[in-house]
Write a protein that binds this ligand. Structure first.
Ligand code: ADP
Length: 471
């Protein structure tokens, strides 16, 4: 809904103004030009006709000797009145002194009139002029005597009322026509806005709802136009937001849960000791050991979480240096050898090609260490783990294969998510936090690489780390 003066800025209104401007304004301009041209044409035509008529009357006055022979007065009057009546105008004959010799209306006969058109006609034969203030055409033709001198002039005064009235009538029709155009344009704007702007308003409503955190509403997509593309992109974005909102909530609840478990254990252990009387020292020691291991567990979780959060926020900037990956892998395996030895697991290292890349050695070796440690954790005694370092001309490859319990296909996409454990109960025994692979994954991502998992339940797992040689 449009509020207050929002409609002034709405596209519906803008479209209306644009349509009117590009259609009505040129139309009005064109009409004004046409009207002026038509008026001009009719007036010029009238002027020519009147002047020709004035000349004809002048000719008949000369031929009838009306000015020189007083006996012809009656005929003279008749000719003038008749001409005036036939033509629907006023005819006057005025001599060079300004004396009105004859007037078809009769009223001015005998008077003296100063008519510039008459003066000019006597001076130069013909004169026609339109007096717009009087809405009349003045056409004057000279009357010449036997000696060839201009002695008087015939003046025709005719109104241009009918021409102006025609213009006004045209104007009324034009206004109606413009009104019709405005109505058509309004309907057109309404139809266009229904097609183009209404989906946009719907769009705005859904975007506003998403802004308030309601990610469940989607834009209804119809057709394949630009709106549909925008709608699809928006829906996709909102689903991603919803997903990240969900995983954030899930993450928070996971963190609380993971921290609550060791806390509850500590509480149970301390309470049971407090409630017991005459507790033997060995029992104290045993309980304190358990409490200590729960504290260690909380400590591990918090440390891993902090590492992850810092990696996420890029707070731990990568300290990139040329790193000999073969040496780094060997060092990592050497560190983990005692752990593997505890379970009689053999650690093999295959150095296929020497590789040196720009990397943050500490973080990358921690990432590798997490993967190999998992191999040791999830491989039964007397198994083996093989680590291979190789490269092609674009990538470094580190693969870690174990002969362990494997990961079911449905868990493959989840192993890199935070707090994921295939088997929660066993995990408490192995002491895992469920964050190790998430840290490894994030670190490899920061190096521009990826981790692929190839594993089958009961048949062991292979983690393949791939990092571009030139990050
Ligand atoms: P954790 O600290 O529990 O080991 P990780 O993030 O390192 O957490 O691993 C997540 C889960 O993935 C583990 O709990 C385990 O179920 C599974 N996993 C990881 N590595 C292996 C492996 N090599 N073999 C079998 N399961 C594995």
């Amino acid at each position: 809904m449009l509020r207050n003066k929002d409609w002034l800025f709405s596209w519906r209104w803008k479209l209306f103004v644009i349509f009117i401007t590009i259609s009505v304004v040129p139309l009005v301009g064109f009409y004004m030009m046409m009207l002026a041209a038509t008026n001009d044409y009719y007036i010029r035509d009238k002027e020519t006709t009147l002047l020709a008529t004035a000349n004809i009357i002048a000719g008949s006055i000369v031929r009838g000797n009306f000015l020189t022979d007083p006996a012809t007065r009656h005929d003279f009057d008749e000719v003038i009145i008749e001409r005036g009546r036939d033509g629907g105008f006023r005819v006057m004959v005025i001599d060079s002194m300004g004396l009105v010799v004859n007037d078809s209306f009769g009223s001015e006969t005998g008077r003296v009139l100063v008519v510039p058109e008459v003066i000019r006609a006597i001076e130069a034969n013909n004169r026609v002029n339109t007096r717009f203030a009087e809405e009349s055409v003045y056409a004057a033709a000279a009357i010449t005597n036997a000696d060839g001198d201009n002695v008087a002039a015939v003046l025709i005064v005719s109104s241009i009322d009918e021409i102006l009235a025609y213009g006004e009538e045209m104007q009324e029709r034009f206004v109606l026509f413009v009104l019709l155009i405005v109505v058509i344009l309004t309907v057109l704007v309404l139809v266009i806005s229904k097609l183009v702007i209404n989906p946009l308003n719907n769009f705005v409503r859904v975007v506003e709802r998403a802004g308030e955190g309601h990610f469940d509403e989607k834009i209804h997509i119809r057709g394949r136009d630009e709106y549909s593309k925008l709608g699809r992109a928006f829906n996709h974005m909102v689903s991603k937001l919803a997903l990240s909102e969900n995983s954030r909530e899930e993450f928070v609840s996971n963190v609380s849960h993971e921290l609550k478990t060791p806390l509850s254990s500590i509480k149970v252990l301390t309470e049971s000791i407090l409630l017991m009387e005459n507790v033997p020292t060995e029992m104290y020691t045993e309980f304190l050991k358990d409490i200590n291991s729960e504290v260690d567990r909380m400590n591990n979780i918090i440390n891993d979480l902090l590492t992850l959060v810092k990696l996420d926020q890029h707070e731990l900037p990568l300290n990139m240096k040329p790193t000999d990956i073969n040496r780094m892998t060997e060092d990592t395996l050497r560190r983990l050898a005692p752990l593997a030895a505890q379970k009689d697991i053999e650690l093999f290292y295959e150095n296929i090609r020497p590789v040196t890349i720009s990397a943050d050695e500490m973080k990358l070796s921690l990432a590798l260490s997490n993967i190999v440690e998992n191999g040791i954790k999830y491989t039964p005694e007397e198994g083996s783990i093989t680590v291979t370092v190789d490269c092609d001309h674009q990538h470094l490859f580190i693969s870690v294969s174990d002969t362990g319990i494997g990961i079911s296909e449905e868990d493959h996409p989840k192993v890199f998510t935070r707090f994921f454990r295939a088997d929660k109960t066993r995990n408490r025994e192995t002491g895992g936090t469920g964050l190790g692979l998430a840290i490894s994954h994030q670190t490899v991502l920061l190096h521009g690489g990826s981790i692929r998992l190839d594993s089958k339940e009961g048949e062991g797992s292979t983690f393949l780390v791939r990092i571009p040689l030139r990050g």
